[in-house]
Design a protein around this ligand. Structure first.
Ligand code: 13P
Ligand code: SF4
Length: 323
C-alpha cells in the first residue's frame, strides 16, 4: 500500500534549475549501475530516456531479467513492487512513493481476505494492479495482456474469483466464456469514458478505429474495434492499414503511438465531461526532477516484507509463464 503521507523526496531542497536533467540522469544511471523502466503513461521525456518502455507484462519481464544493480521504476507503486518481488536482492527506487493506483488502493488486503472466505474452493486470479499483500493471497496474477489466457489455463470445473477490476473481469468472462466472481473495483481514469461520448466521436470520425483498454466499461468496449493492453494497442496502430484512431486509454500512450505511426491521426477519446483529459493522476506524480533525485539519493525505495514477497512470488511467476 502507498503511504498517506508525503514521501521524503517531496520535502527535499529544490533541484538546481540550471541542471541539464537528461544529462544528469544518464550520468547517475551509469554511476549507480541502474536500469530505468517506464510505463507508457509516463511523461514523454521520461519515456524517451528510459531503457525500456512497456506495459505491465513487458515491464515485469524486463524486471525479471535485468542484471542492473538498481531498478529505477517510473510507473506506479504496484509495478515497482512486482519488480521487487522478482528481485528481492536488488534496490528498487521510484521517483514518487505516493504514485499509487485506484484499483490497487481500493482493494485492501484485510477486506479482500474476509471477502475470499465466502469462496474457499475458488481459484483466486488477481490483476497485477494490486498490492503485494493481495498477490500473496492469490493463486495466479494476470495483466491486461494475458488475463484471458490466464483464466483459460484454469481447469473448467474450478470456480474462479477475479479481482479487483470488474470491467476487465467482465471482458475476460466474455473472451473465455466462463462466469467468475468479481471484486467490484474500477480505474478512475478509464471509468471516465462513456458509450454516449464514444458514439458521438465515432459519428464525427466514421473512418477511425476506436481502440480501448479493457479497463473501460463494457458499453464502451462493445463499441471498440480493438481491445488490448497498452502494448497491444500500440502494436495494433503500428500494423493497422487504418490512418485514424480514437484512443480510449490514458493519454501518455499517444507518444509511442505517434512514433510508431507518424502518418496516423490519433484522437484522444473524450471523457464523459467532454474534455480530452484522460490522465492518470498517480502516474503523473513522477517528474524528471524526482527521477533525478531518486537516482541521486537511491530513495525512496520500494520494499516488500519478506514473508509477503515470498508468498507473492509464485503467483507472479505463474503469470510470467503464461505469455
Ligand atoms: P497495461 O498493463 O495495459 O499497460 O495497463 C496498466 C494500467 O495501469 C492500465 O491502466
Ligand atoms: Fe491505476 Fe488507472 Fe492509473 Fe492504470 S490508469 S495506474 S489502473 S489509476
Amino acid at each position: 500500500m502507498t503511504s498517506a503521507f508525503p514521501s521524503p523526496v517531496q520535502e527535499r531542497e529544490p533541484v538546481d534549475p540550471t541542471l541539464d536533467l537528461e544529462v544528469e540522469i544518464q550520468r547517475l544511471k551509469e554511476e549507480r549501475k541502474a536500469v530505468i523502466l517506464a510505463h507508457y503513461y509516463q511523461d514523454s521525456e521520461i519515456q524517451d530516456l528510459a531503457d525500456f518502455v512497456g506495459d505491465s507484462f513487458g515491464l515485469s519481464r524486463q524486471a525479471e531479467k535485468t542484471d542492473a544493480e538498481v531498478i529505477a521504476f517510473c510507473g506506479v507503486h504496484f509495478m515497482a513492487e512486482t519488480a521487487k518481488i522478482l528481485n528481492p536482492g536488488k534496490k528498487v527506487v521510484v521517483p514518487d512513493l505516493d504514485a499509487g493506483c485506484s484499483l490497487a488502493d481500493r482493494c485492501p488486503p484485510e477486506a479482500f481476505a474476509k471477502w475470499l472466505e465466502q469462496y474457499p474452493d475458488h481459484v483466486v486470479v488477481s490483476y497485477i494492479n494490486t498490492s503485494a499483500a493481495i498477490k500473496a493471497l492469490s493463486d495466479i496474477v494476470c495483466t491486461s495482456s494475458n488475463a484471458a489466457n490466464v483464466v483459460a489455463s484454469i481447469p473448467a470445473d474450478k470456480p474462479v474469483v477475479f479481482a479487483p477490476d470488474r470491467h476487465l473481469g467482465r471482458w475476460v468472462e466474455r473472451q473465455v466464456g466462463r462466469k467468475m466472481v468479481l471484486w467490484p473495483g474500477f480505474c478512475v481514469v478509464h471509468e471516465q469514458f462513456t458509450a454516449r461520448r464514444m458514439l458521438a466521436i465515432k459519428r464525427d470520425h466514421p473512418d477511425a478505429d476506436l481502440i480501448a483498454h479493457p479497463e473501460c466499461e463494457q458499453a464502451v468496449l462493445d463499441l471498440a474495434d480493438f481491445i488490448g493492453s497498452t502494448a497491444q494497442l500500440i502494436q495494433h496502430v503500428r500494423t493497422s492499414p487504418k490512418t485514424k484512431f480514437i484512443v480510449a486509454t490514458e493519454m501518455g500512450i499517444l507518444h509511442q503511438m505517434q512514433k510508431a505511426r507518424p502518418d496516423a491521426e490519433l484522437i484522444g477519446a473524450p471523457a464523459d465531461s467532454g474534455c480530452q483529459c484522460a490522465v492518470c493522476p498517480y502516474m503523473r506524480l513522477n517528474t524528471m526532477e524526482k527521477l533525478y533525485l531518486c537516482l541521486r539519493d537511491l530513495a525512496p525505495e520500494v520494499t516488500v516484507p519478506e514473508e509477503i514477497a515470498k508468498r507473492a512470488l509464485l503467483p507472479v511467476e505463474r503469470m510470467l509463464a503464461i505469455a
